[in-house]
Design a protein around this ligand. Sequence first.
Ligand code: ACO
Length: 430
Amino acid sequence: MAKNTLTVTDNRTGKQYEIPVADGTIKAIDLRQIRTSESDFGLMTYDPAFMNTASCRSAITYIDGERGILRYRGYPIEQLAERSNFLEVAYLLIYGELPAKAQYDAWAADITHHTMIHENIKKLMDGFHYNAHPMGMLVSTIGALSTFYTDARNVRDPESRRLQIHRLIAKVPTIAAFAFRHSVGHPYIYPDNSLGYAANFMSMLWKMVETRYEANPVLVRALDVLFILHADHEQNCSTNSMRAIGSSDADPYSAAAGAAAALWGPLHGGANEAVLRMLDEIGTKDRVPGFIRAVKEGHGKLMGFGHRVYKNYDPRARTIKRLAEEVFEVTGRNPKLDIALELERIALQDDYFVSRKLYPNVDFYSGLIYQAMKFPVDMFPVLFCIPRMSGWLAQWDEMLRDKDQKIARPRQIYTGNGERDYKGMEERGG
Ligand code: ACO
């Protein structure tokens, strides 16, 4: 009779252990009973980078990396990108269900009415150097919000959590836009509450002397779809940071600042910026084969390719590739698209990339769209951070409600010296 257990024989002692299996996993703590002696600490697993460790149970986002599937709360990403809008998706991520009309209206009104930031936050942003990276400004300012909303420390109070979630989703585009305006030396534009989420963000970015900024509706929709595609991606590096920081009961602004910092790295949300720099470096289509050869010889990576989870085409990349065509009809074709298409064509035929299951990820084409929409490259990770805030907050809230969770505190294998006696400086040699 099949049993949901794993029998382990410890060849060091000859002892056998029967360990329960649930949801295709064993509990690492169940290995602790496997000991060679009374004084032995017990067996642990060693898993740097969490290559094969589930750190939580989550009902938010489902990914099947082998089959290229991504779903939020069960809904396929392709359907959401086609039929939903970002604010509805954010609601879905946070509350678990698509909103009914009245719920949506209340949610949209609530987010809209939290878009303003305190004037002192504006002054704080004024203090950044003229050439400060907008992502650095965003990370710092998100963290600084904790000093304005001290009630956010009540993380065990669901009502307080709800309020902070609304504030963060609402204010992050305002801070992002102010960071951009600061970097180009333009006056800040206050939110226009009559506009939708993406359109309002575009107004705060680009409004000059006109009374009302009217963004092109195709570009508004494109940005909204990009926001949907980036809203959550289960336990990635930044989400793991959000959960880890939040697990100490830190306030959500501090945790979100840490998550945003993790997102900034070029191996994560900074990849779209790195893709554009790479395309610039390649310069022309005829230099693509030489660049691919260099990557295969170990000189750098093909940015925007490869993913820890997707070992098949990233479903977000497929939608973005289509979206790029719609955007280019309005903005004109980004000349770098030809280089990107050639890179993709050659890489997908090359055994190096095929055998390692390296396919374009979400960032391979998103930068081309952002650039065509006139976003400076520095703003790319910021554009990722805005929608991902909703995913981080959904994951943070889920973590705080999860009875299995405690403060995140991994173990280590100590590889340093054994005990030794302190020596005075004169005894230490050269
Ligand atoms: N170009 C060339 N070779 C690559 C690439 C790449 N982009 N990605 C992985 N490889 C190679 C590795 O060198 C390794 O080869 P080896 O087996 O000969 O040593 C093999 O493929 C496996 O790669 P790992 O680094 O083990 O894969 P891992 O899961 O740790 O890394 C990651 C995933 C970080 C995304 C990686 O593919 C990468 O650096 N890609 C480029 C950066 C990028 O586009 N990041 C965005 C990810 S999507 C997101 O965060 C939104």
